[in-house]
Design a protein around this ligand. Structure first.
Ligand code: GMT
Length: 375
């Protein structure tokens, strides 16, 4: 039995989902798991006596202009490393979590190995800011092992930071017990969607990089040819731009803004096609979630997306900003039932082979054992 500490951003987001699902699966496999996070991870929904939660408390000290999250986290990590005698501290994000972990390792008396997983946002955003570049490089090089969620991200990190460190690719996964297609036509009815209408979906945190206008413009072309509705699930800074565009294009009746939702698998189960037309995406976990629910996907030729969608097999890859091409592919899938069924079956097959949770968790365990065996 290994004693593993896990740190991530516990709020909604792919990295938090992966870290939490990984922790729950590791506990099911007999490991003792200690989440060290600023609040209870939102996906932590299963009871297991081997799962512990240690809250990083942020007090507002009058002398500090900002509460020092990274330092409070390091202090908490050091406390948990010592008290629980952790073997591994697995942090998600090089910046700031690997840096806090390195500091905690220096402070703690008990020896611990640090494993860092890169999810993309830390590298693509922070590593192009010169202030943080060397710090991220330091966090990566001083970790005992580093993983990235796609080959794209591993290569991009190596090119951008010239890191002297092997970066192992371990793909993301979904919890297959939660993500599967449930036939629930009642949900379609509740949202006012007619049985013959096709449902297109986009799920994200509505950041600019997710290119919501491209999603809406693609849908505009789709609905001219196929009776359909677009579900926009999530919320974020681009909400205003998206809703203005929907109004401008006269699509109010056809685009449903659902906001943040919990039971994504049930919503995905009424969907026929998923669009992810981002300009930055190291993996695109939402694609895998859709594929697990038998939904074919169209994504841009960006980052790790082509590693998740097999062009012409589970969906299509389009060039960034080419909404006409995306719509042509969408209409092709939605108007050909045989092709749709084949893509859906292929997508499920991919989830259960290339991205199977058991294989991925075992991969992480092998990595933990490798670092524990290295003096
Ligand atoms: O995409 C986001 O804005 C959220 C971000 C996160 O930190 O959760 O997602 C990143 O990690 C996910 C899990 O590995 C990946 O599926 C996303 O592609 C990645 N986002 C980007 O690279 C922009």
């Amino acid at each position: 039995m290994r004693k593993i500490g896990i740190t991530c951003y516990p709020s909604v987001g792919g990295s938090g989902i992966i870290a939490t699902e990984l922790g729950m699966l590791l506990a099911e496999r007999g490991n003792e798991v200690h989440f060290i996070t600023s609040s209870l991870p939102f996906r932590l929904n299963r009871i297991n006596p081997r799962i512990y939660f240690h809250e990083v408390e942020l007090n507002h000290y009058p002398v500090f202009q900002y509460p020092p999250y990274d330092l409070a986290l390091a202090a908490k990590m050091a406390e948990v490393i010592n008290r629980e005698k952790l073997d591994i501290l697995h942090v998600h994000y090089a910046m700031p979590h690997a840096i806090s972990a390195l500091l905690a390792k220096d402070i703690a008396e008990h020896d611990v190995k640090i494993v860092t997983t890169l999810h993309g946002t830390d590298i693509t955003v922070l590593a192009i800011d010169d202030i943080f570049k060397n710090m991220i490089k330091h966090g990566i090089e001083k970790s005992d092992a580093v993983t990235a969620v796609s080959h794209y991200l591993a290569d991009h990190t190596a090119d951008l930071l010239h890191v002297n460190k092997e970066i192992e690719v371990i793909y993301n996964f979904v919890n297959e017990k939660q993500y599967y297609r449930k036939e629930m036509p009642i949900i379609k009815e509740q949202y006012g969607i007619a049985p013959e209408e096709k449902v297109v979906v986009h799920i994200s945190n509505f950041r600019k990089v997710k290119r919501l206008p491209d999603v809406i413009q693609t849908f505009q072309l789709i609905q001219e040819n196929i009776p359909s509705k677009l579900l926009l699930i999530g919320d974020g800074p681009e909400y205003g731009t998206a809703s203005a565009l929907v109004e401008e294009l006269g699509l109010d009746e056809k685009v449903l803004f659902l906001g943040k939702q919990k039971n994504i698998n049930e919503l995905l189960s009424i969907c026929d096609l998923k669009l992810l037309l981002s300009e930055k995406e190291s993996f695109g976990l939402v694609l895998l979630e859709a594929m697990a629910c038998g939904v074919p996907c169209i994504g841009t030729n960006i980052g790790g997306i082509p590693e998740v969608i097999q062009h012409g097999e589970t969906g299509y890859i389009t060039e960034l900003g080419d909404t006409k091409q995306a719509a042509t592919y969408a209409i092709k899938i939605l108007s050909n039932q045989e092709q749709h069924q084949r893509f859906a079956a292929n997508a499920l097959e991919m989830v259960h082979t290339q991205f199977h949770s058991k294989e991925i968790v075992e991969h992480y365990e092998r990595l933990y054992d490798k670092v524990l065996d290295t003096p």
